[in-house]
Write a protein that binds this ligand. Structure first.
Ligand SMILES: Cc1ncc(COP(=O)(O)O)c(C=O)c1O
Ligand SMILES: N[C@@H](CCCC[NH3+])C(=O)O
Length: 435
């Protein structure tokens, strides 16, 4: 079992060198807090270890895990590429000064407007998800001048051991073209190559998220390199790039045993080198696109405990947020750890159920939390909420989106303001619709 050491001073949890209670006092709760130095350490680890003498490498950050200008700017400093899946993420990237050649636009149902947007922005690479999108992209590309790289998302048919909602490489996945559907893949490549504005680069695959067993990726590498060899020899198609996707597991509770970034990178690199050497393929570049493993653990959510209530089998602590700021528990039965942030030195002898304030029985954040005897007004820190917390947050019950704070060397800066009630009604209107 793996435990995480927490930084504590005088019984108070420290995040990025700042005391949790000071952060809560300055910004209010509920609040997302990121330890910026911890994000940077992860970025450095990926950059340092995902390297090879045999091929070029690129690490893309998967925006869906958490996106904001401050993070994109940090990614720019570490020379990361970016995976975006919507016009919104693409727009944010542009506004944050992300170089367009660093952007890979994914998604199974890009709208015409998003395709136009990508082309007009000069977005570096579009990852085409299926044949119909390929045809639409060609039509749009032919009407303009920009050159754009294209990759095809392949479903290699590897089922990863993770929650069924976050598997993406199984037989009936909504993502990608099945690798067995060779005829379709070849015809897509041939049509892309006939369009003078499009440059076919290679294949992308992503088999799911929160995956701990790296053998799943090794199988993907074996299958795809074999397929690439076939493309090269039998069909005389040059494949420059292979993107292995993201999905590397993160630590949430002691049940989770993620591999260190160093080990993940080294395993993937070694396997790629072996397969490329043995099969003598000409691949020039290998990419990966982690999200969660960069931002999950550096993120914390601070809540204030409000009312408390005992039922025959449970002792509830109600907090001032809930499934609106963290829907992963209701959606995937995800598990989290927590502490009373100002009572870190006390024995944890009481079992509580931490519930949010939304009008849903399923609005439970932690089913069994061991804590010191809690009181109303205590500050609760939930750990590892940095991935898919803010990005999947919502306004159910007209709850407001929370502010986000980055902390480094004891200094905090607000990078996203909390939503106000008037922000929420700003888009309401009584305009006549002309039809
Ligand atoms: C295409 C693609 N790439 C990368 C990721 C990043 O996954 P994770 O945040 O688990 O690393 C995802 C999400 O599962 C994805 O769908
Ligand atoms: N949102 C999911 C992961 C989905 C990954 C995107 N394909 C999570 O919170 O775990």
């Amino acid at each position: 079992m793996l435990h995480r050491e927490r930084n504590v001073e005088n019984g108070i949890l420290q995040i990025g060198g700042a005391a949790a209670d000071q952060l809560a006092k300055a910004c209010g709760t509920p609040l997302y807090v990121y330890d910026e130095g911890m994000i940077e350490a992860r970025l450095k680890a990926y950059k340092q270890h995902f390297r090879s003498d045999l091929f070029d490498t690129e690490v893309l950050y998967a925006s869906k895990a958490f996106a904001c200008k401050a993070l994109y700017q940090l990614l720019n400093r570490y020379d990361f590429g970016l995976d975006v899946v919507s016009g919104g993420e693409l727009f944010l990237a542009k506004e944050s000064g992300v170089p367009m050649d660093k952007i890979y636009f994914h998604g199974n149902n890009k709208t015409d407007a998003e395709i136009e947007m990508a082309l007009s922005y000069g977005c570096g690479t579009i990852v085409v998800d299926h044949k119909m999108e390929c045809e639409r992209l060609i039509e749009a590309a032919e009407k303009q001048e920009h050159q754009i790289n294209v990759m095809i998302r392949i479903n290699p048919g590897v089922t990863a051991h993770t929650h069924k909602y976050i598997i993406t490489g199984d037989l009936d996945s909504k993502f990608g073209v099945m690798m067995q559907n060779e005829e379709m893949i070849l015809s897509m490549i041939s049509s892309i190559n006939q369009c003078s504005q499009l440059n076919f680069q290679g294949f992308h695959s992503h088999i799911g998220s929160q995956i701990f067993d790296l053998r799943a990726y090794e199988t993907v590498i074996e299958r795809l390199v074999k397929f690439i060899k076939k493309c090269e020899t039998e069909h005389k198609i040059e494949i420059n790039c292979l993107n292995l996707g993201g999905g590397f597991g993160s630590y949430y509770t002691q049940e989770d045993q993620p591999k260190a970034i160093e080990e993940t990178c080294e395993t993937l690199i070694k396997k790629c080198e072996k397969e490329i050497r043995e099969k003598e393929v000409k691949l020039k570049q290998i990419l990966i696109e982690p999200g969660r493993s960069i931002v999950a653990e550096p993120g914390y959510t601070l809540y204030t405990i409000g009312f408390m209530k005992d039922t025959p089998n449970k002792s509830f602590l109600f907090v001032d947020g809930g499934m609106t700021d963290n829907m992963r528990v209701a959606l995937y039965d995800a598990k989290y750890d927590c502490d009373l942030a100002c009572r870190m030195d006390e024995e944890k002898e009481n079992k509580y159920t931490i519930a949010g304030k939304c009008c849903e029985s399923g609005d439970i954040l932690i089913e069994r939390a061991m804590l010191p005897k809690a009181e109303s007004g205590d500050l609760l820190a939930v750990y590892a909420t940095g991935a898919y917390g803010y990005s999947m947050s919502n306004n159910y019950n007209r709850m407001r989106k929370l502010p986000v704070v980055f902390v480094k060397n004891g200094k905090a800066r607000m990078v996203i303001k909390g939503e106000s009630y008037s922000d929420q009604i700003r888009l309401e209107t009584d305009e006549e619709v002309l039809i």
